[in-house]
Design a protein around this ligand. Structure first.
Ligand SMILES: [Zn+2]
Length: 312
């Protein structure tokens, strides 16, 4: 199948609408109909939303961010059709700077590629000192192979990419307790710096029922060295939830999950200073700060962002 390729370049202050037919490049004015919404600038570690919307249907919508292609759903929107994605950047891995964001879709006999730029700004995350069992800072040799295997499984699970959007916002709170440790804290265990906290800790006594913030499907269940009783749920478009230190797990791999469904009970297993729930949110492989999402929705996030028309 051959398509006419149109490429739109959106920079922070300019909107160039370029299209290519074979080798012929032209510049054309942008008119109303299909648009993209994205943040011009956002903070490292914080989740943001992007959208592709149109009055007419489109096919194969996708967004590329941090070198990952995320296939999207097209669904009925307020004024036609829309695709959403939740994206972000892991504070451990991503430095402030300008990063490319690309939307792709097919409309009629044309394949579109819309190139945008998101400026990621620095955000200051505090340091946190914690006292844990020494074997949780320097694990015994006998546990190294196990830890490596668990790390591989966890990395694969949190990078799961499925097309169907099962997530809706705001997410359901997994437990009622307050936040006791935030995402992005630089963690120092027993005086040894051990990277960044990649999730949100909720206060939760052992045995507190844990509810799924988003609908989805269980992709990994395990009793891991560091994260203890663990569940990973894929909610589509690269949105994966992680629940750590659980005492009891009520689901198994492959189970479909409803939003708000109880998946088990909180505990104090793995590397902990006491009972709590660690909730992690991975967006297309980037761990982000989930906490602000509990207070907002995709539409509210998008209303703060820039919309650009990309196709007449
Ligand atoms: Zn945690």
């Amino acid at each position: 199948m051959t398509f006419v390729m149109r490429i739109t370049l959106l920079s922070r202050r300019t909107c160039l609408f370029l299209w290519c037919v074979g080798c012929l490049w032209r510049v054309a004015p942008a008119l109303a109909s299909t648009s993209v919404t994205f943040p011009e600038s956002w903070e490292v570690g914080q989740a943001f939303a992007v959208a592709l919307s149109s009055h007419t249907p489109f096919e194969s919508p996708s967004v590329t961010w941090m070198n990952r292609v995320i296939s999207l759903d097209m669904e009925p929107g307020r004024e036609g059709y829309v695709s959403y994605a939740l994206l972000g950047s892991h504070v451990r891995d991503v430095k402030p700077g300008d990063y490319p964001l690309e939307f792709g879709f097919i409309q009629g006999d044309e394949r579109f590629l819309v190139k945008c730029v998101v400026r990621l700004k620095a955000k200051k995350y505090p340091e946190e000192h914690l006292k844990v069992d020494d074997k949780m800072v320097t694990p015994p040799r006998s546990q190294l192979a196990r830890i490596q295997k668990e790390t591989r499984l966890a990395e694969a699970a949190r990078k799961t990419m499925t097309e169907e959007r099962l997530w809706t916002t705001p997410p359901a709170r997994p437990v009622p307790g307050v936040f006791t440790s935030s995402y992005g804290f630089r963690r120092v265990y027993n005086g040894v710096a051990k990277g960044y906290h990649a999730g949100t800790d909720f206060r939760a006594a052992v045995g507190t029922p844990i509810r799924a913030p988003f609908a989805g499907r269980v992709v990994l269940v395990g009793k891991h060295y560091y994260s203890g009783g663990s569940v990973f749920i894929d909610s589509g478009n690269g949105v994966v939830s992680l629940f750590f230190h659980m005492d009891k797990i009520d689901v198994k791999e492959g189970d479909p999950i409803k939003k708000g469904q109880v998946i088990g009970k909180s505990g104090a297993t793995g590397r902990v200073t006491g009972p709590h729930l660690h909730y992690g949110l991975s967006l297309a492989g980037q761990y982000v700060d989930a906490a602000p999402l509990f207070e907002t929705s995709v539409t509210a996030l998008l209303s703060t962002m820039k919309s650009e028309v990309v196709r007449p």
